[in-house]
Design a protein around this ligand. Structure first.
Ligand code: PLP
Length: 463
C-alpha cells in the first residue's frame, strides 16, 4: 500500500479500512466477514457507496450534520479562498471570517453576545462547563460548582461531558467521572410512567419541579448551572412537554442557576428556527452548537454566551487569573467560520427554515399515518426535520421492541436505498426510536420516499 489509492481502487480502500480504521460507535467483529461501508460521494440529499449504490440520506450524514446537503460549491469555494488567503492563526488574534461569522450569528441570537470558537460539540460544552466552574470560584468563593444534567441527554464524548451524560449506554465502563455533575430526571411524556409520582396532568411543570427538588436536595448555594438539550436527540428525540421550559426558567432565576442550552444538534435550523431554544421562549446564559454550523464542510463549534457572563471575566483586569485561561488550537482555523458564513447564507437565501418547518410537518403527517397502520409504532414526536418514531412491542405497557428488530428496520430501509437512524440504546430503558433528520433542502418527494421505505420495512419486519 502506498497511500495513493483513490476512487478507482475502492477494493483497496476497503482493505485499508478493514486493516487500519477504528470506526466510531461500532463493534468491528462483523467486518471480519462483511465489508465496511465506504461513502464515496454526495450530492444534494443523496450519497453513493463503494458499490455505486445510491442512498437517500435521511440522517444528514449519519448524525444530524449536513443541514444544507452535499456538494455545495459555494461553501467549498469560500473555504478554498479563505485557506489560500490565511489558513490559520491562533484565536488569540482575530480573523476576518471569525469576526464576520460571529456578527452574523449574534444577529440571529437576540440576548447573546460573545462567540468562543472551538472544534466539536463536546469541546464547546466543556468550554461552558469550565466557565461555569470559574464563575463559581470568582463569584461564589468556590461554591456553586455543581452542574445539573438530565437523564437521556447527551453532551459529548470527553470525560467531563460524559460526567454530564444521561445515556448510560455511552458512559458505562468509562468512569470514574468528574465530581459535581448531578443528574435530574427526564421530561419525556411518553415514558412518564417510569418516573415515580408523575401526574397525568401538568406533567411538564411536574418534570421541571423535579429539577427544583434536586437543587434543594443538593443545596442551592452549591448548584451553578443546568445543562439541557432543547430537544433531546440521541436519548430518544424528545420535545419537552407544555409548561416545562417556563418553569425551568423560573427555577433557574429563583436559585441563581445559569442555564446552558446544548444546541449541538438543534442549532442552525434543524427544528425550523435558527435555534431550538427559540421555539420555547428560553433565555439561556450559554448556548453551544456544532453539527449544523458549517454542515460538516469544516470542523467548527461555538460556545456563545451573554455580555453579562463575558463581563465577569474582564471586570478585574488586575487579577492575573481572572480571565478565561483556555485555548482550542483549531478554534483559530479559518475554514470553519468561512464555511459557516456561506452555510448560513444558503439557509437564508433558499428559505430553508421555512422548508424545514413545511417538510417537517409533512413528515410528521406521514409518520402519524404510519402509526395508524403499524401498531409497533408507539409514539411519533419531534420538531421540524428532527423526528422520531418509537417502536414498542405493546402499546399498553410501552415495552420496547427487541433492539434487533429496530435494527432490522434500519437495515431494510438501507437495502431500499434510504438511510435512517435508530437512537442509542439507553440502559435500562431502551428507546428503539427510529430517527429522521434529512437535510433542510428535502423535497416532498424525498420525504415521501423516506416514509414509504419505513412503511415497507415495518411491514416486512413486523408483518
Ligand atoms: N451534544 C449533543 C446534543 C450531541 O448530540 C453531541 C453529539 O452527537 C454532542 C454534544 C457532542 O458533539 P461532538 O461529537 O461534536 O463532540
Amino acid at each position: 500500500m502506498d497511500g495513493t489509492f483513490n476512487e478507482n481502487d475502492l477494493s483497496r480502500v476497503v482493505e485499508a479500512d478493514r486493516a487500519h480504521i477504528w470506526h466510531h460507535l461500532i463493534q468491528h467483529k462483523p467486518f471480519e466477514t462483511n465489508d465496511p461501508r465506504i461513502i464515496v460521494e454526495g450530492k444534494g440529499m443523496r450519497v453513493w457507496d463503494q458499490k455505486g449504490k445510491e442512498h437517500l440520506d435521511a440522517v444528514s450524514g449519519g448524525v444530524w450534520t449536513v443541514n444544507v446537503g452535499y456538494g455545495r460549491e459555494s461553501i467549498c469555494k469560500a473555504v478554498y479562498d479563505q485557506l489560500m488567503k490565511l489558513c490559520y492563526f491562533a484565536n488569540t488574534a482575530g480573523s476576518i471570517p471569525g469576526s464576520n461569522f460571529a456578527e452574523m450569528l449574534i444577529d440571529k441570537m437576540p440576548g447573546m453576545s460573545r462567540v468562543y470558537y472551538t472544534n466539536s460539540g463536546s469541546e464547546a460544552n466543556e468550554k461552558a462547563f469550565k466557565m461555569i466552574r470559574q464563575i463559581a470560584h470568582k463569584k461564589y468563593g468556590g461554591k456553586k460548582t455543581k452542574i445539573l444534567y438530565r437523564d437521556r441527554d447527551y453532551h459529548g464524548s470527553t470525560l467531563a461531558t460524559m460526567s454530564a451524560g444521561g445515556q448510560d449506554e455511552r458512559t458505562a465502563q468509562y468512569g470514574p467521572f468528574a465530581p459535581d455533575f448531578v443528574r435530574v430526571p427526564h421530561c419525556m411524556e411518553y415514558r412518564k410512567h417510569e418516573l415515580d409520582g408523575a401526574p397525568v396532568e401538568n406533567f411538564g411543570e411536574w418534570a421541571a419541579d423535579q429539577i427544583e427538588e434536586v437543587i434543594l436536595r443538593e443545596g442551592p448555594d452549591t448548584v451553578g448551572a443546568l445543562c439541557l438539550e432543547p430537544v433531546t436527540a440521541g436519548g430518544g428525540v424528545i420535545e419537552a412537554p407544555e409548561g416545562y421550559w417556563q418553569r425551568v426558567q423560573e427555577i433557574c432565576k429563583k436559585y441563581d442557576v445559569l442555564l446552558h442550552i446544548d444546541e449541538v444538534v438543534c442549532g442552525v435550523g434543524r427544528t425550523g428556527t435558527w435555534f431550538g431554544y427559540q421555539q420555547y421562549g428560553i433565555k439561556p446564559d450559554f448556548v453551544t452548537m456544532a453539527k449544523g454550523v458549517a454542515s460538516g464542510y469544516a470542523a467548527i463549534a461555538c460556545m456563545v454566551t451573554t455580555e453579562e457572563v463575558f463581563d465577569m471575566f474582564k471586570e478585574d483586569a488586575s487579577d492575573p487569573m481572572g480571565y478565561f485561561r483556555d485555548i482550542s488550537t483549531f478554534g483559530g482555523c479559518t475554514a470553519g467560520p468561512a464555511a459557516a458564513i456561506e452555510n448560513m447564507r444558503i439557509i437564508e437565501d433558499e428559505n430553508l427554515l421555512q422548508n424545514c418547518t413545511d417538510m417537517g410537518d409533512r413528515m410528521m403527517g406521514n409518520l402519524q399515518a404510519l402509526m395508524e397502520k403499524h401498531k409497533v409504532i408507539g409514539d411519533v414526536r419531534g420538531k421540524g426535520l428532527f423526528l422520531g418514531a418509537e417502536l414498542v412491542a405493546d402499546r399498553g405497557s410501552k415495552e420496547p421492541v427487541d433492539e434487533k428488530l429496530a435494527q432490522a428496520v434500519v437495515a431494510d430501509c438501507m437495502a431500499q436505498g434510504v438511510i435512517i437512524g435508530v437512537t442509542n440504546r439507553s440502559i435500562p430503558s431502551r428507546n428503539n426510536t427510529l430517527c429522521f433528520s434529512p437535510a433542510l433542502i428535502a423535497t416532498a418527494d424525498d420525504i415521501d420516499q423516506i416514509t414509504d421505505a419505513v412503511d415497507g420495512a415495518l411491514g416486512r419486519v413486523f408483518g
